[in-house]
Every structure is written in structure tokens, then in C-alpha cells.
Write a protein that binds this ligand. Structure first.
Ligand code: FES
Length: 108
């Protein structure tokens, strides 16, 4: 799973950042994206575009997409593909995940 640093607007791979290193820093996780019962527009877009398949990579894909959209509200397809490229999806569902990021950008 990835975290997003709202200050840096970049995804941080959790495997490369021990929680203790984040003490005192603001982080955003998949669990913090929704506001109560209201999903983040990117989460909605993943659902609408059948982004989640088996779900192993989904939280990382969404957080990588969120980091991209925080930096660039209207990314190109190539930029979306590059942003998600660090997450391995065994289902090969990349096209739908990229479509979800682009749909969320359009919905803004
Ligand atoms: S949805 Fe199956 S590994 Fe990504």
C-alpha cells in the first residue's frame, strides 16, 4: 500500500517508509480518503471503471492516482500510466485503472 504525503503531493511506498519515520508528518492513506460514507471521487471512478479486480494492488493504485491528481489535476493518459506504473497488478487491469484516474480528473 502507498501513502500520500499531502505536503509533498507524492506517493510513498509503505514498504520503503516505516511508520516510525512518519511521526509528526501528515500522511494520507486509503483509509482516510473517504469522508464518512462519501467516497473520494477517485474511489468512485475506480468503481465506475471496474478498476478493482482482485484488490491486492487497488489501494496502491488509488493512492498513486491520488498523488498524481494532487500534483496535476488534468493529467494526460501517459502521465497517469507513469504514476500507476510502480504498482504491480497481477490481473493486468492497468487500462481500467488508468481510465479511472482520467475519469476522476474529468469529474473535477
Ligand atoms: S486488481 Fe488484482 S492485482 Fe491489481
Amino acid at each position: 500500500m502507498n501513502w500520500v504525503s499531502p505536503v509533498r503531493r507524492s506517493a510513498v511506498t509503505a514498504a520503503n517508509a516505516a511508520p516510525v519515520w512518519m511521526e509528526g508528518k501528515e500522511i494520507l492513506t486509503i483509509e482516510g480518503l473517504a469522508k464518512g460514507d462519501k467516497l473520494d471521487p477517485l474511489q468512485e471512478a475506480f468503481i465506475q471503471n471496474d478498476g478493482p479486480q482482485c484488490g491486492f494492488c487497488t489501494s496502491g493504485q488509488i493512492m498513486s492516482g491520488k498523488a498524481l491528481l494532487l500534483k496535476n489535476s488534468q493529467p494526460s493518459e501517459a502521465q497517469a500510466r507513469r504514476a500507476l506504473s510502480g504498482n504491480l497488478c497481477r490481473c493486468g487491469n492497468y487500462n481500467r485503472e488508468v481510465a479511472a484516474v482520467l475519469a476522476a480528473a474529468k469529474a473535477r
